[in-house]
Design a protein around this ligand. Structure first.
Ligand SMILES: [Zn+2]
Length: 1154
């Protein structure tokens, strides 16, 4: 059985264990073999000691680990692990499970040899078992499947490296997340887990399941994948708490078991009676003669002695009593794995489930649907973190970079793993914890860009040993801020496309007013447009930017490619003010400034003036390639060292000096000595005084052309006048606009017209003292609006922008909102860019802002939301697939998580809204899509956080900027449906933009660099390169996903020999989705089902072939519908609809021919 470990992993781990610490010795057993055997004729009571350690919630990750700030919550994870290991060591019967690898790893690396040896022994003997085992216990609503897979891969790899097969988790353990997604079940099945345990499901669902003994079921994760996505799923009886009265923790007040018969407090008999009453009741609701008792809770076992001392007694005395009284009951220490194995051995016939467990309600007024949107800026940042993580993984491989980079790559993997935790991405943590998550992620992103910078430089110069020419800086594009672009006279925009096909992406770079030219790598000047930044955005208090405009262009990007664009500012600062007299003054002032500032002349100026076609009259021609080649100096490890240029600088400087002096000799020169000039030139030229160089930039002006002349020379009108208009249009659609309000009224396509009205509204939040359900407040978890109809807001038009790249219309409202609708040339969607906040709470009422897309689509109460960004699930207003719903909260109870996409459709038209982060969404009225985008609340909802969700910056409410892409799709057109899926992936993995000052690196240098790099060849339609990650030296982890729905032509072939440009894949071996087990070694358990699955849940639900009825659409082949030959042929593989296949590939790197 031990062949199932990826042996190649062991040996490269940082904390490499001795092999004999990993493999069981004679007499040792782990996994299912280590379980205490359940007995068929008895009620088997599985006592499962556990702790639930949130990776941040009321305290930060580190505060929890170290037990700091115990005034907030008495919790210190290090003490838990210390204490548990000691207690386990004392008695081989005792068991414990651990879940969150983020904490375990933090603890493990701090242990000495003695403790490590003990832990290895405990793991080898099955006394300490890992369940779940991902970096954190991820949320299932807001988390994206890519990030879920990543954080499982990361956590499980640590366990695999350290403990081998005995450390491999076998069951999922999602005991606290607030609702459960279908896609997560599908992913766990693909990772090779044997089962999943849940703590929280809707109270009505739970009631129905208890009464019908449906607490345990077979859950089908994905209809396209069929039985390969089936997973045993059990709902725990008492969330994850012990039976009432049996919490033996330092945090609890329950009575210990007092077994001294001479003591007046002797309570053994009474305690056992109470305990037996509980377990026999619990047993009534389950189908086998096994019950699982979760003996623990949040941060329990800091003093494990208390637990084990009492549990030992409970087990011993109950078993004695059972034997004496013939009670047919047996208590023993167990684990979720062992409970699952016992249930399997009992071979029950189980019910099925085919939808998901959203939304979660814990009582009639507590719908946990607010958290789908809570802390929208954190949710956005997390999405960016994922894009960066994918990028650096890709570039580390594609750029063939140094091994030691994995340190920063791992830092980002850890940070993203933490972000998936069910109190991180969910926004259900205290404010100081939210700040700490941001700190962690930001630091990790920044550190990891080291990889991107190395790769970009290596690609650009064709040589990793050359000193970088560019700084590749991150910009805060979400607040239209990019200091480096704002302060550079010319700059390079470097863009990475993280998807494996060609993408056309709108790029917006914040700049100061001016005229700009954008050059593509082929030296072509490409169409660009300068668009002013609305005042609302310029006023964002956190924004540290002087940008007044954005230079906008459409970048055509290659698969996993890097592309650079060169942007030059070619005119003096242009004033929008058209008063001629003033401008004339400007002109002369500029000339004067010019001569005043000519002392700072560098070759860069010459270059810029070259571009204005006047060089000959002013300057001698100079070969720009004369610029000194920077000396290459390296340490023996090829790490660039700082170089002093003095030794070879003089000659070149003299050339510059000569030019300038020639140039200046006929002019009226200010009083500058040659030496002084030379010094300044040298400094600016070589960027030694970058700060000063930049500040000088601001003063540069050119005497050559005025604004009008510039415009005449320019190919395209760069300065756009505002005007009102009635239609926006591009090649794909026409949008009719109401002039008065600046609102869209119709979306017109060649073959159909859809009424469309996009409005922002707000709900007002209920508030009360939470003492009973009617006093429930809207809060971080809970959405509970006061009304059934939201408040609307009044818009006024805020201008229109039109140009060759983009047309925009804008509207503002009295409620601090700005909406911008954008239609780009050549793109088949339009964008809704919105700025909301600060939300006004002067009336002491919390508010939740929503966007409604109101159409004439007849969707008949049906809408679709995605499950973690991968599959779409049908939702029906006021209905659940699994039980008859009673709904006291008709708004909140119809909200569902939207990770990437929400749609409505009728026979002719489908409207899809793609979001830039996770949100909550619904469709409350026919033809409508509703998305919650911002929340500001003034009361806690009493689920533990103890703070109102009132995010502020400098005392004012947080401002949120977001972006939706809206598609109008023909639902019967297969190509459009496939394209929709592609667009969702593109929207999730948007190109990542870096900007570099290029004042010292002129265009002529740049154009000779490699500015267009293609990482892979375009994948066949239907395939997505989900993961490309460095694994071991010369080994890469590759995941390929087929995103097509099941149909006749949905199987797609891929040839690894024809996939990469610079990697030669030599061999592949397939692993489970989490890459901790070879696929050949994974064995799927087969269960007895009491009913079959519908062919398609979405088709069956709410149709005549109801999922609940007897006449459902059955299928016999269990998922594999097409009869294509699915066998692989060496490096040529085939992927079925929706399949993700995971490979460890051996490869060699082939350097590009320069
Ligand atoms: Zn939790």
């Amino acid at each position: 059985m031990f062949s199932c470990i990826l042996l190649s992993i062991v040996g490269i781990a940082s904390a490499t264990p001795l092999v004999d610490e990993i493999y069981p010795r004679r007499g040792e057993k782990c996994g299912y073999e280590s379980c205490t055997q359940a007995e068929p004729g008895l009620l088997n009571v599985h006592i499962v000691p556990h702790t639930h350690d949130d990776v941040g919630w009321l305290k930060t990750v580190d505060q929890y680990y170290y037990g700091s700030r115990n005034n907030i919550q008495k919790a210190g994870v290090q003490y838990i692990l210390d204490s548990v290991v000691q207690e386990l060591w004392q008695d081989p019967k005792r068991r414990f499970i651990y879940v969150e690898t983020a904490f375990f790893w933090k603890w493990w690396v701090r242990q000495g040899d003695d403790i490590r040896h003990k832990v290895h022994t405990l793991v080898r003997q099955g006394r300490l078992q890992f369940v779940g085992g991902a970096w954190s216990m991820n949320d299932e609503a807001a988390s994206h499947y890519q990030s879920t897979i990543d954080q499982f891969t990361w956590g499980l790899r640590k366990l695999n490296e350290t403990f081998g097969p005995c450390g491999m988790p076998r069951v999922g353990w999602q005991i606290d997340p607030f609702g459960h997604s279908r896609e997560f079940a599908s992913l766990l099945a693909a990772m090779g887990y044997d089962g999943l345990f849940l703590g929280r499901i809707d109270y009505q669902d739970k009631g129905a399941r208890l009464s019908q003994k449906r607490m345990e079921m077979i859950w089908r994760g994905d209809d396209n994948l069929g039985n390969s996505s089936d997973l045993f799923t059990g709902v725990l009886f008492n969330t994850y708490s012990p039976p009432p009265g049996f919490c033996f923790d330092v945090l609890c007040d329950d009575e210990p078991i007092i077994d001294d018969p001479d003591s007046p407090m002797f309570n053994v008999d009474a305690r056992i009676v109470k305990f037996l009453a509980y377990v026999t009741k619990q047993a009534l609701y389950y189908r086998t003669n096994n019950v699982i008792l979760t003996m623990g809770g949040d941060f329990t076992y800091q003093n494990a002695d208390m637990w084990y001392k009492n549990l030992d007694k409970l087990i011993e005395y109950t078993n004695i009593k059972a034997a004496k009284d013939g009670l047919n009951i047996k208590l023993f220490y167990s684990t979720p794995d062992c409970y699952l194995k016992a249930v399997k051995d009992a071979n029950p016939i189980l019910p099925t489930k085919q939808d998901d467990f959203f939304p979660y309600a814990s009582d009639p007024t507590a719908y946990w649907t607010g958290y789908f949107t809570s802390r929208p800026t954190t949710k956005y940042f997390e999405r960016q973190g994922n894009a960066y993580l994918q990028m650096v993984k890709h570039l580390q491989v594609l750029g063939d970079l140094e091994e030691h980079n994995k340190f920063v790559l791992n830092e980002l993997k850890s940070a993203m793993g933490v972000m998936q935790h069910h109190d991180a991405i969910t926004g259900t943590e205290k404010q100081h914890v939210a700040h700490d998550y941001e700190r962690l992620l930001n630091a990790a992103i920044e550190d990891s860009t080291l990889i991107a910078r190395q790769a970009f430089n290596k690609i650009a110069q064709g040589d990793s040993t050359k000193l970088p020419l560019f700084a590749y800086e991150r910009c805060k594009l979400n607040e239209s801020s990019c200091p480096v672009a704002e302060t550079s006279k010319q700059f390079v925009v470097t863009i990475y496309n993280p998807v494996a096909w060609d993408v056309k992406a709108p790029i917006r770079i914040p700049v100061k007013d001016g005229t700009y030219e954008v050059y593509a790598p082929n030296a072509a000047k490409i169409t660009s447009q300068l668009v002013d930044i609305p005042q609302t955005i310029r006023n964002i208090p956190t924004r540290k930017s002087e940008a007044t405009h954005e230079i906008v262009f459409i970048a055509k990007l290659h698969p996993m490619g890097v592309k650079s664009f060169f942007i030059k500012k070619v005119s003096p600062k242009v004033k929008r003010d058209t008063r001629k007299s003033e401008r004339k003054n400007d002109y002369y002032v500029n000339i004067n400034d010019y001569w005043k500032n000519i002392r700072y002349k560098t070759n860069i100026d010459i270059k810029n003036i070259d571009d204005t076609d006047v060089k000959d009259s002013y300057f001698p021609i100079r070969d720009i390639t004369d610029i000194p080649v920077l000396p290459e100096r390296y340490t023996k490890d090829n790490i660039p060292i700082l170089v002093d240029y003095h030794d070879n600088i003089d000659k070149k400087v003299n050339i510059v000096k000569d030019i300038d002096i020639d140039l200046l000799k006929d002019k009226e020169l200010p009083d500058y000595g040659v030496e002084q000039l030379e010094k300044i030139i040298k400094e600016v030229y070589f960027g030694k005084n970058e700060a000063e160089g930049r500040s000088l930039d601001k003063k540069w002006h050119y005497p050559t052309l005025n604004e009008d002349e510039m415009r005449m020379l320019s190919d395209e009108p760069k300065v756009v006048e505002r005007f009102d208009e009635f239609y926006m249009e591009n090649e794909y659609m026409k949008l009719r606009i109401d002039n008065r309000t600046g609102q869209i009224t119709h979306m017109i396509l060649p073959d159909r017209t859809t009424n469309l009205n996009i409005q922002i509204y707000y709900w007002t939040g209920c508030y009360g003292d939470n003492t009973n359900t009617s006093q429930r407040s809207s809060g971080a978890y809970i959405f509970r609006p006061q009304t059934k109809i939201p408040y609307d807001i009044t818009y006024t038009s805020n201008g229109t922008v039109k140009g060759p790249v983009v047309t925009e219309i804008r509207a503002i409202s009295d409620q601090n909102t700005l909406t911008t609708f954008r239609l780009y040339k050549g793109l088949n969607y339009f964008e809704h860019d919105f700025v909301i906040g600060p939300i006004n709470v002067d009336d002491n009422v919390g508010k939740e802002f929503i966007v409604r897309y109101e159409t004439n689509i007849n969707n008949k109460n049906v809408f679709y939301t995605d499950s973690n960004g991968r599959q779409m699930l049908k939702r029906v207003l006021n209905k659940r697939a699994d039980w008859n719903l009673t709904l006291e909260e008709p708004v909140a109870g119809n909200y569902y998580p939207v990770t990437n996409e929400i749609t409505i459709e009728d026979d002719n038209t489908k409207i899809a809204v793609l979001t830039d982060r996770s949100v909550g969404g619904t469709s409350l009225n026919n033809g409508e899509l509703e998305i919650m985008v911002h929340r500001r609340l003034l009361h806690d909802d009493a689920f533990g956080v103890g703070e109102a969700l009132n995010e502020t910056v400098n005392g004012k409410g947080l401002i949120v900027r977001g972006n939706h892409r809206i598609y109008n799709i023909d639902p019967s057109n297969r190509d459009e449906i496939i394209n929709e899926r592609k667009n969702v992936i593109e929207n999730h993995l948007k190109p990542i933009v870096f900007v570099s000052n290029s004042d010292s690196t002129p265009y002529e240098i740049w154009i000779n660099l490699n500015n267009c790099f293609k990482g892979v060849k375009p994948l066949p339609l239907g395939l997505h390169l989900l993961t490309l990650e460095p694994w071991n030296p010369n080994q890469v982890l590759i995941r390929i996903e087929n995103y097509l729905e099941k149909s006749d032509k949905s199987t797609v072939e891929l040839d690894f020999t024809d996939m990469f440009n610079n990697l030669n894949v030599k061999s592949i071996k397939e692993a489970t989705l989490s890459a901790n087990k070879w696929l050949d070694d994974a064995e799927k358990w087969i269960w007895n089902r009491e009913n079959d699955f519908a062919d398609s849940f979405n088709e069956a639900y709410n149709s005549d072939d109801s999922v609940d009825g007897d006449d459902k659409k059955l299928r016999n082949d269990d998922g594999i519908k097409n009869n294509d030959d699915l066998r692989d042929d060496g490096l040529k593989i085939k992927l079925r609809a929706k399949q993700i296949r995971t490979f460890i590939a051996d490869y060699e790197y082939i350097p590009p021919v320069v």
